[in-house]
Design a binder for this molecule. Structure first.
Ligand code: ZN
Length: 210
């Protein structure tokens, strides 16, 4: 491996392990090569009781929650890994737009918070209409983009696993997931139901050029 690639790999590893420490509150383990897909896939494992199996990071790497994934069948692990690889391998320009929208979402949340505080301090509702509308637009645009991104990742996993394998793996993952009310609401808001992903897949198959 040339020196420049070694340096990039070291920076990626450092940032990914820092990401695990900071956002998952867990100690990163040594990186591993998983042999679940056609080619070996590098992941950064950690252990946590959080409702997370794996995640693609902003550094083109994948983190892997061993506590959750070691209970899954090979088929379900393959679904998680295909899904995360799809996120990781997305076009860099699109990724840049996505991250920009994530920042816009955070700014929208702050704007909304400011509007609520102003209302509590006696500002007129009329004056707060515009900033509130802007805040909801900023937040809503990111949520729509997030849902599209998740649907694309599921769609790619479905293409690899086939309809039956995809649905079976999803049912298994649903049984192992955190089914708290908060998670159910987030799931409905941010993720497309697997059956709907299958419908999109069938539709594309029907109109795909033969
Ligand atoms: Zn995802």
């Amino acid at each position: 491996m040339p020196n420049s690639e070694k340096i990039i790999a070291w920076i990626q590893a450092f940032l990914t392990q820092s990401f695990i420490r900071l956002f998952k509150r867990s100690k990163p383990e040594e990186k591993e090569e998983l042999s679940l897909l056609d080619e070996p896939t590098t992941v950064y494992p950690f252990r946590s009781d959080r409702a997370l199996f794996g995640q693609a990071t902003p550094f083109d790497t994948i983190i892997w929650n061993k506590t959750r994934t070691e209970k899954l069948s090979k088929k379900a692990k393959r679904l998680v890994l295909h899904h995360e690889c799809s996120h990781r391998d997305r076009n860099p320009i699109y990724k840049g737009v996505f991250l920009g929208m994530a920042v816009s979402f955070a700014a929208g949340c702050l704007l909304l918070l400011k509007a609520v505080l102003a209302l509590l301090l006696g500002a007129s509702l009329h004056n707060l209409m515009q900033p509130t509308a802007v805040a909801f637009t900023m937040m809503g645009t990111f949520l729509v983009l997030f849902r599209i991104e998740e649907t694309i990742a599921d769609y790619h996993a479905l293409c690899e696993l086939g309809e039956e394998g995809f649905i079976d793996a999803y049912e298994e993952i649903a049984l192992m997931s955190d089914n708290s009310l908060r998670n159910q609401i987030m799931g409905k808001l941010l993720y497309t139901h697997p059956e709907d992903t299958v419908r999109i897949y069938r539709l594309r198959q029907r109109f795909a050029p033969s």
